[in-house]
Design a protein around this ligand. Structure first.
Ligand SMILES: *Cc1c(COP(=O)(O)O)cnc(C)c1O
Length: 381
């Protein structure tokens, strides 16, 4: 059996251990400390935001953002349907109701027209949504100009789920820095990892101070432990942040490698009838966290995404269907949704290909050859 090729595995740069060792040498193992400060500084410098709070996960960052916007049981929060469940779960933690919005074709993210329709409809039903959560899926930025325009028109806060999009931007402005708040993830499969972690980023001093307060058990200033609010244990440890600092040193090269992966797939696969790859709209820059293809069985003589995935698996290569939209998830079947069929089509026919920054050109060739084999096309090398 040939070596396993993973979808997206951790890729250390080298200096992560230096920062972790420093933490050990100074016995600064506990939450917070110089690595957390350093990592937060790196994140604000990179995203050109004023504040960053390093947290235990991207999910906890979203949870805190919703709490700070005053989301309570029975409230409604608008959420992109085509995403990972972690985008929607924090809405449910608060007993609030997610309102799911389908995608548009250009970026596969929240459709601004459906967003407007949904807000109008919710308002006629007597409820104003408390927040809007667009996602930058697989690193591709959502149409933030249009989404922000609608949000502004109705005066609703935007929390950007940029968990998959660290390093992506629109006209040079970092994803996560468009909304009132943005969240990042450093989970093991993301473009950089702290072995598990996340961050909240924003220019808003009030929310960021509040986030730090809530994330450290909401301790009031007093000599004893005193609490006037419910707190959370959501901070990142000084050890994990050490890994993050090392990872920030290699982020740019990770992005370049992931983009090169996409280009390599595109060069080899773009002429295969029925396979399409998503290009970037003008001014949009994707970190290409995951390279994806969409397989149209009408144009491939019936060859499906499943047949490609099976063939890859035979060669010990991991692949995965695109995210199953939240409005199709059993747990969210009662939630209102505003649909146009796009996310369902993507879920039906889309496939994520191995995309790690640690893939070799031999790895990429194995993936490409596996796909070409299904089409009985000439295999190079
Ligand atoms: C990974 C991910 C999250 C959650 O991040 P964690 O750090 O794993 O909690 C949220 N949203 C999206 C779109 C993700 O891909």
């Amino acid at each position: 059996m040939k070596d396993k090729i993973w979808l997206s595995s951790p890729h250390m740069g080298g200096s992560e251990q230096k920062y972790v060792n420093e933490a050990f040498e100074t016995n600064w193992i506990a939450p917070l400390g110089p690595n957390v400060d350093g990592f937060e500084h790196d994140l604000t410098a990179y995203t050109k935001t004023k504040y960053a709070a390093a947290l235990s996960s991207g999910t906890s960052a979203l949870h805190l953002a919703l709490i700070m916007l005053g989301v309570k049981a029975g409230d409604e929060v608008i959420c992109q349907s085509m995403t990972f469940s972690a985008t929607a779960n924090p809405i449910a933690y608060l007993g609030a109701i997610p309102i799911f919005i389908d995608s548009e074709k250009e970026t596969w993210n929240m459709c601004p027209e459906l967003l407007r329709d949904a807000i109008k409809d919710r308002l006629t039903r007597g409820k104003k949504p408390k927040a809007i959560i667009p996602v930058h899926l697989y690193g591709m930025p959502a149409q933030m100009d249009k989404i922000l325009e609608v949000a502004k028109e109705y005066d609703i806060a935007v929390i950007e789920d940029a968990a998959e999009a660290l390093g992506s931007c629109i006209n040079g402005k970092a994803m996560g820095s468009f909304g009132l708040m943005g969240i990042l993830s450093f989970n093991g499969n993301k473009i950089i990892t702290t072995s598990g972690g996340g961050a909240l980023i924003s220019d808003n001093e009030y929310y960021m101070k509040k986030a730090r307060f809530l994330a450290t058990q909401a301790r009031d200033p007093a000599p004893h432990y005193q609490h006037t609010e419910i707190g959370y244990n959501y901070r990142m440890s000084n050890i994990a942040a050490g890994i993050g600092r090392g990872q920030m040193e290699v982020l740019q090269s990770h992005i370049e490698k992931r983009r090169a992966n996409f280009e390599a797939y595109k060069n080899e696969l773009q002429f295969v009838e029925g396979i399409s790859l998503k290009s970037e709209p003008d001014g949009y820059y994707s970190n290409r966290w995951l390279s994806t293809i969409v397989v149209n069985p009408i144009l491939t003589n019936g060859i499906t995404r499943e047949e490609i995935a099976d063939e890859l698996l035979k060669d010990n290569i991991e692949s995965r269907p695109l995210w199953k939209p939240m409005h199709l998830q059993p747990i969210f079947r009662e939630s209102p949704c505003y649909l146009n069929g796009i996310s369902e089509g993507l879920f039906e026919n889309g496939l994520c290909l191995p995309s790690g920054s640690n893939l070799t050109s031999d790895d990429i060739n194995r993936v490409v050859n596996g796909i070409l084999k299904v089409f009985s096309l000439d295999v190079n090398n």
